[in-house]
Design a protein around this ligand. Sequence first.
Ligand code: SF4
Ligand code: SF4
Length: 97
Amino acid sequence: MSLQAAYYNLPLKEFDIEKKEGFMHKRILETMYIQLDTSKCKACWSCIEECTNKTIGKVDIFFHKHARFLAIEKCTGCRKCVKACKFGALMPLTPEN
Ligand code: SF4
Ligand code: SF4
């Protein structure tokens, strides 16, 4: 595993995909339903525990910690993560049904 992949705690396959698309410049901060503001994230990981679809993962190394989307196609818009986040880092993009 490369140093960068280890730094971002990514599986190698996923890292390679991001690398191809411009790893250091492109962050996926939205699913179809939810937006993530990493500057507000306190790395409490409540959203990860709540997301039963395993859409959310971690960047977790030294002092650089925040939630990240892993598999945006798995997001169903259930908003459990939004309710779990006490810091306003996750916001809905669509009106509630
Ligand atoms: S809306 Fe639901 S499925 Fe999508 S990231 Fe949040 S908890 Fe996971
Ligand atoms: S619940 Fe909010 S503050 Fe906690 S890890 Fe998720 S996005 Fe970050």
